[in-house]
Design a protein around this ligand. Structure first.
Ligand SMILES: CC(=O)N[C@H]1[C@@H](OP(=O)(O)OP(=O)(O)OC[C@H]2O[C@@H](n3ccc(=O)[nH]c3=O)[C@H](O)[C@@H]2O)O[C@H](CO)[C@@H](O)[C@@H]1O
Ligand SMILES: C=C(OP(=O)(O)O)C(=O)O
Length: 437
């Protein structure tokens, strides 16, 4: 068990190389199960969720070989219909359920333990199961979910999938399954987040034809067999947004290199409404230093609102970060976390640090600023709340302790080291086992 000890109030300045997208790497690693050929994945973030996914894959019989700091080679030739998913590792991450699509398409059957992931509200599996049913599967759901294909030769059959909501992982599962199912599958009301697009590009390299990437209708011409490929995970736009907020609240100047600026349009737009300017310079994003953050107003002097939603709306995974940023902006803003019921509950920890936040209900918070934050001892309930507290602690007066940092390590690679390179005073300190952490 470890904690972060942070002395706040230092401007964070310098150059940041973003890590590969957590939510892109996970389905891309799962895609290795679709083929018996080698798959090489580059720009893999070294985070706890990736470790857990690799442990699940290794437990299934996939050979996993690191060939560089962020490059991993996978070979699923030894996986069979009898290979079982390791429950303990699967329950550590939400994304373990992304193995359902590949296993079902390749072997016509799979048994999935319930996935883990952030406890930030109800997390439905219905769109995943509906998609599999549309592709000719049936399922039994007790504690585990057992899926069986009922198409020709015990495989899935191509068909029409229409999501009841544009679920990110359900769209990924449908894509993974359809890519290895001969015929044309149409996925309607699909999610199209950058990571969904990245997975589709990888599946194209493996041999599937996919039209409509980046839109909410994808047409997949699946194959009977898919081949290996080399694929580089795109930079993590959520991590980039987190660093931009860090620069804003501490007043530092930051250059974030090698981004995909198109993926940052809504994030930059929303941050700009909160008063944080940024510039695109080629593939880099520059956050100028020393900005006075003043929250904008809608026409008629109405209070602005930040609301998340499916892509290209503002990402749900940045709402907690937007709350932390808003505490340092002059003015007030309504943050509406429309997707998850519990994600804003952590804001009481920011209130403890001196933030002026009114939680109207579990989905909406009014943040007024700028508040002078003070160091506190807080505990991270989930990955993004953890990052929001880190942002608050880095601009607070005095010393903070953040506990349960395993949550932050789930999605942010070597975050303490990288923050130190930007000037942060942060230490990773072991916690005695008898203390809560
Ligand atoms: C491993 C992974 O990739 N996790 C991400 C993935 O989770 P995941 O794929 O599990 O999230 P979903 O897209 O399925 O849904 C997120 C939540 O939003 C709700 N919802 C979604 C769409 C909609 O139109 N209406 C609606 O109410 C869902 O019921 C659910 O409560 O996408 C989420 C939404 O971007 C992110 O927060 C997670 O980080
Ligand atoms: C909610 C998140 O992750 P997961 O879906 O893996 O729990 C996240 O990345 O913010």
């Amino acid at each position: 068990m470890e904690k972060f000890v942070i002395d706040g109030g230092v401007p964070l300045s310098g150059t940041v190389v973003p890590a590969g997208n957590k939510n892109g790497a996970l389905p891309i690693l799962a895609a290795s199960v679709l083929t018996s050929e080698e798959v090489v994945v580059r720009n893999v973030p070294r985070i706890r969720d990736v470790e857990a996914m690799l442990a699940v894959l290794a437990g299934l019989g996939v050979t996993v070989e690191w060939r560089g700091a962020n490059e991993v080679a996978l070979n699923a030739a030894a996986v069979t219909a009898e290979s079982a998913i390791d429950r303990e590792n699967a329950e550590r991450i939400r994304a373990s359920f992304l193995l359902a699509g590949p296993l079902l398409a390749r072997f016509g059957r799979c048994e999935m333990p319930p996935p883990g992931g952030d406890v930030i509200g109800r997390r439905r599996l219905d769109p995943h199961l509906d998609a599999f049913v549309a592709l000719g599967a049936r399922y039994d759901h007790d504690r585990d979910i057992v899926l069986e294909a009922t198409g020709p030769e015990g495989r899935l059959r191509a068909g029409e999938v229409f999501m009841d909501e544009p679920s990110v992982m359900a769209t990924e599962n449908a894509l993974l399954a359809a890519a290895l199912t001969p015929g044309v599958t149409v996925i309607g009301n699909a999610a199209c987040e950058p990571h969904v697009q990245d997975l589709a590009r990888m599946l194209q390299k493996m041999g599937a034809d996919i039209q409509g990437v980046g839109s909410n209708v994808m047409i997949v011409s699946g194959r009977d067999e898919l081949g290996g490929c080399t694929h580089e995970v795109s930079p993590d736009h959520i991590e980039i947004g987190s660093f931009m907020a860090l620069a804003g609240v501490t007043g530092g100047e930051m250059r974030i290199v090698d981004t995909v600026p198109d993926d940052l349009r809504m994030i930059r737009l929303v941050f700009e409404k909160l008063g944080l300017r940024s510039e695109v310079d080629g593939a880099d994003v520059l956050v100028p230093g020393g900005q006075k953050l003043i929250t904008g107003r809608d026409v008629g002097e109405h209070k602005i609102k930040v609301q998340d939603g499916p892509w290209p709306a503002f990402p749900a995974d940045l709402t907690s970060i937007a709350v932390a940023l808003a505490t340092q902006c002059e003015g007030s803003v309504l943050i509406h976390e429309w997707m998850f019921e519990n994600r804003l509950v952590f804001t009481d920890k920011l209130v403890l640090m001196g933030a002026d936040i009114t939680l109207c209900d579990p989905h909406r918070a009014i943040v007024a600023g700028p508040a002078r934050l003070r160091g506190e001892r807080v505990e991270s309930p989930d990955i993004r709340a953890g990052m929001a507290m880190l942002i608050a602690a880095l601009c607070a007066d005095g010393r903070s302790e953040i506990h349960n940092i395993r949550q932050i390590d789930r999605g942010y690679e070597r975050i303490d080291e990288r923050l130190r390179e930007l000037g942060a005073k942060i230490d990773r300190v072991p916690v005695e086992p008898h203390h809560s952490s």
